[in-house]
Unconditional design. Sequence first.
Length: 276
Amino acid sequence: MNCDVSVIMPAYNSSDTLERALDSIYGQSLPPREIIVVDDGSDDWEKSRRIAASYPEAIALRFIHTHKNQGVSSARNMGISLAQCRYLAFLDSDDAWYRNKLAIQYGLMTTGNLDFSMHQYRDDMNCLRCDDEDVDSHDRSLCLSSLTSWTPLLRNDNTSCVMVLKQKMVSYDTSLRRGEDFTLYMELLSRRGCRAAYIKRVLAGAFKRTLGASGLSGDVKAMHCGRMDALKKLLDRNKIGLAQYSFGIGTETLKYPLRVLRISLRRAAASREGSR
């Protein structure tokens, strides 16, 4: 049995991590109906295509290659336009899902008649130990919290944690190279009558030791500027009010130097360990 979910996965020079991401989808206790991998003009797209083609037909998998790199927002928008299922879930090609992610989130979306949901995310899945809490256990009842247009102002959530009713989906802003996911969350949640919930449980994660370890996440200053630009755009489009804008600018201004300090301390600690 497959759930009525289309998984959208943008990929850019990610053949080294694509198999791990796809394995986490095929390993779901409740698999999706389809997967759409959109390769965004990668140099290694042929290798990624062969990896995608090696998977069984139990899940319909489409691999789309674009000849020109246009950014993650364009890749996700293309996947959304091709999706045929009732719900959309997103997974970045360097992330992975826990085994019961779709069973839990899809179950919540359908039974709760939700438009949008998110869950917790682990930055470094390499740090899991054998005695860690079994995050995949069905025995624990779900702990939920409210999800409003104020929520993203307080947290930096990850797109690999998102599920949306396709009928309610909006397009990613292709003019933003950073902060495009935050903008999307704010637009969805600011709609009148949006039914949403936050699952207080880790169901996805990455394999990075610290924020800033690699890729776009490494440029903390650019992430900060992207959030600031996104807030200004949301205000100009009347998606948020002045109170939310001021609150968002204030919290981001406070959090930015703390992120820089945290990363500096972790890098210094790693450097000391390496010199021993």
